[in-house]
Design a protein around this ligand. Structure first.
Ligand SMILES: [Zn+2]
Length: 153
């Protein structure tokens, strides 16, 4: 029986030594607990830019990380974070959303970023997209953070 090669494997070059080292540093920093953010352009970009304008160090670090991701787009040819979608990104075909995973700590220095194409971002909720990380960490579980919302005291 003949099996077709994985198109993602054909497109994605092997990780470079610095990329492998960065992934190891990410794992060390996380200690098993990740904070996951789904950033949607229309919904989250204004608040992120406001945070940068006001000097919020977390917003500045996130924008720097997204900028580095975009800087590597032509070399890395990233594809959509949805493993069943093979939409490739380029400078003229950027993601509609991003999944950003970082250590759950204020001084996180490393993060993982994956782009999500417009089609997948339109039909999948943030919770569904976060759940796709289980394909990388099958034993992972999502711990919902309490949200600061108005209500009973
Ligand atoms: Zn997609």
């Amino acid at each position: 029986m003949h099996t077709l090669p994985d198109p993602r494997a054909q497109r994605k070059p092997a990780p470079t030594e610095p990329e492998t080292a960065a992934l190891a540093a990410f794992h060390d920093e996380c200690g098993g607990v990740l904070e996951i953010k789904i950033l949607r352009k229309e919904r989250d970009a204004p608040a992120l830019l406001l945070g940068v304008t006001l000097g919020d160090p977390r917003a500045i670090a996130l924008c720097r990380a997204l900028s580095r991701w975009a800087d590597g787009i032509e070399r890395c040819r990233p594809v959509c974070f949805n493993f069943s979608c093979d939409r490739a990104f380029a400078i003229d075909a950027m993601p509609a959303a991003f999944m950003v995973a970082a250590a759950y700590r204020d001084d996180a220095r490393h993060c993982l970023i994956s782009g999500i194409c417009g089609n997948c971002a339109a039909v999948h909720s943030d919770i569904e997209i976060s759940g796709w990380l289980r394909r990388l960490w099958p034993d992972g579980r999502i711990i919902d953070q309490p949200r600061a919302e108005g209500g009973r005291a």
